[in-house]
Write a protein that binds this ligand. Structure first.
Ligand SMILES: [Zn+2]
Ligand SMILES: [Zn+2]
Length: 258
């Protein structure tokens, strides 16, 4: 039993064969999926996917890449409304990406802060995407302190992981930890306590070994969980149990399958 805590099931890569993708996830023991919103214009179609499957939950939010498109809208109000849907269990993905800088930094920061504020009003956790932006990410989190959440697809160093843990955040690892050259990140996996770790695919992106370079899908969460188990020196079963508990501890609005 594993949770894919971050995938994008509404993306065009899954248009043709989503039922098969979901079947393979189940066959591999991935019993719960969280499909992540990146643009509010797609929030409703994600909710339709979540409504059709008792084991799929979703979020509402604007990706930092798209922040500029929502800069002069009533972003907070829209988030507060869209989050009323019963399958919406968190906000995001939001955060800061200074690697691609697809949106200007000022607009990314403004959007991130709006998400943090809305999350506190709604008492929902935040899915944070942060890349090459450690200082500003932590700065926003400290200005709007008290949020709960996860650093998703973590690719930072031990210092950033520690900073997240100190603020009560979880750290989610993706297929990147299976890559041979990811030795630094593998050290971070060893550093983060198992009771603060989530696993994810970020599908359709970033397929783990042995599927690297192909389309990623939720079934492949298993490879990431296996790598976490190896690095921690524990059983896959222990990783599965603990990361599943962690997911439902953080995303409290998500109903656990019986
Ligand atoms: Zn992301
Ligand atoms: Zn994502």
């Amino acid at each position: 039993m594993l949770v894919d805590s971050h995938c994008h099931l509404n993306f065009p890569e899954f248009k043709e064969d989503l039922p098969d993708v979901l079947r393979r996830a189940k066959l591999n023991g991935i019993h719960t999926l969280l499909t992540i919103n990146t643009r509010l214009s797609e929030a409703r179609e994600i909710q339709v996917i979540a409504d059709a499957h008792s084991n799929i939950f979703c979020t509402v939010g604007v990706h930092p890449h798209d922040a500029q498109d929502y800069a002069s809208t009533d972003l907070k109000q829209q988030i507060l409304e869209l989050a009323q849907h019963p399958k919406v269990v968190g906000l995001g993905e939001t955060g800061l990406d200074y690697y691609y800088n697809n949106s200007p930094a000022a607009e990314q920061i403004e959007s991130f802060e709006i998400h943090l504020q809305a999350a506190k009003e709604l008492d929902l956790p935040v899915v944070v995407h942060t890349r090459n932006a450690d200082t500003d990410t932590l700065g926003c989190m400290d200005r709007d302190s008290g949020s709960k959440g996860v650093f998703h697809c973590f690719s930072g160093g031990v210092e950033m992981a520690r900073a997240g843990l100190e603020r009560g955040y979880f750290i989610s690892f993706s297929g990147i930890i299976t890559f041979k050259k990811a030795e630094e990140l593998q050290e971070v996996v060893k550093y983060v306590p198992l009771d603060r770790i989530l696993v994810e695919t970020d599908a359709p992106f970033l397929a783990p070994i042995p599927h690297r370079g192909k389309r990623n899908e939720p079934a492949f969460t298993l490879h990431t969980a296996e790598r976490v188990a190896e690095l921690k020196g524990v059983s896959l079963q222990e990783v599965a149990t603990q990361t599943t508990d962690n997911f439902f501890n953080l995303f409290k609005k998500a109903r656990r399958p019986s």
